[in-house]
Design a protein around this ligand. Structure first.
Ligand code: SD4
Length: 318
């Protein structure tokens, strides 16, 4: 078995991996840097990897996520994101770095790169979260330009949706709303980011898990990082990314930790989880990674030198 294949089996497919398995026992770790992201993001992960190799870790996270935010064909994030039920695109994003600093924006309108604004909140303000008009004013003061984010395609779908205005949030491989990205550089430092237009046709003013540190994203450079996708309300009420990192702190592998966090969601939402999707990806200090979701169909992308691949996450339901 090749080095890469061995690492992948150990990290993503070994459902039976013992909770006590130690990193030193793992065969052939993959080369650093490593970038992982929720959903298929081959091009964007490659952008991140290149930026990490030529610049630094945070540049990689920011530029990788910018690559999705700038793509009008991607209706999950930034330009072209699906609007709320009043037809307005509102964006949420957060970033967390190896120094345990964090920045976030919520309910940001008309600025297509919320992850970049979140980075500046982290670096240039005494705060972690800026919301709404304050976030917009801050972005403008930093030179960001306002633009219409609702593309013709997203508008057309929204107008169609208005005919019934039936709200049933659905998250699957075709219909998802978030990129969460985690990376470890060649020094073994970890950072991550998360950006979203939130659930399509959400109520006006709704903010999900994605900009909330501990819910949509958490990084602890001593342990690892995790990020979430899916029904934000369920991630918020279990602080799922924080929980996943804490499970890794207790000795679980990334995949085991993602599974344990999903199981917490299932246990706490016994009557509703069958209709809901929540998925986590995680990366640990040793470069191991894993993912798990409630429903099948959650995919994630793993990228390192000479390797860029989309995987199906294991899931609780078949
Ligand atoms: C939210 N977690 O706003 C996001 C949505 C998402 O794939 O991840 N969709 O609740």
């Amino acid at each position: 078995m090749g080095a890469i294949a061995a690492g992948l089996v150990a990290c993503t497919q070994n459902k039976e991996a013992s909770a006590t398995q130690q990193p030193k026992d793992l065969p052939n770790a993959n080369p650093f840097p490593i970038v992982i992201s929720t959903w298929p993001h081959i091009v964007d992960n490659e952008v991140a990897l290149t930026a990490i190799k030529t610049g630094d870790l945070l540049d990689g996270i920011e530029q990788g996520i910018n690559s999705v935010e700038n793509n009008p064909e991607d209706q999950s994030v930034g330009l072209g994101g699906r609007p709320d039920r009043t037809g307005i695109v509102t964006l949420d994003a957060c970033i967390m770095d190896k120094e345990h600093r964090a920045g976030s924006v919520c309910y940001l309108k008309n600025i297509k790169n919320p992850i970049s604004v979140a980075r500046l909140v982290m670096q240039d303000t005494p705060h972690v979260i800026l919301a709404g008009d304050g976030a917009l004013q801050f972005a403008l003061s930093k030179g960001f330009k306002e633009e219409e984010l609702l593309t013709a395609k997203s508008k057309e779908e929204y107008v169609e949706w208005l005919k019934t205005a039936h709200y049933k949030p659905k998250v699957n491989a075709e219909l998802h709303d978030t990129i969460g990205m985690l990376a470890i550089d060649d020094k073994g430092d970890i950072s991550g980011g998360c950006s979203t237009s939130g659930l399509g046709y959400k109520m006006q003013g709704r903010v999900g898990d994605s900009p909330i540190i501990g819910a949509g994203l958490f990084v602890d450079n001593e342990i690892g990082a995790a990020t979430a996708t899916g029904m934000g309300e369920l991630v918020l009420t279990t602080l799922g990314s924080f929980l996943t990192v804490e499970f890794m702190r207790q000795g679980m592998s990334p995949m085991e930790a993602c599974k344990a966090a999903v199981m917490r969601t299932v246990e706490k939402n016994k009557n509703t989880y069958k209709e809901m999707q929540v998925g986590y990806i995680a990366l640990d200090k040793y470069g191991r990674y894993g993912a798990y979701s409630i429903q099948p169909g959650f995919q994630y992308t793993v990228t390192f030198e000479n390797h860029n691949e989309v995987f199906d996450a294991d899931s609780y339901l078949d």
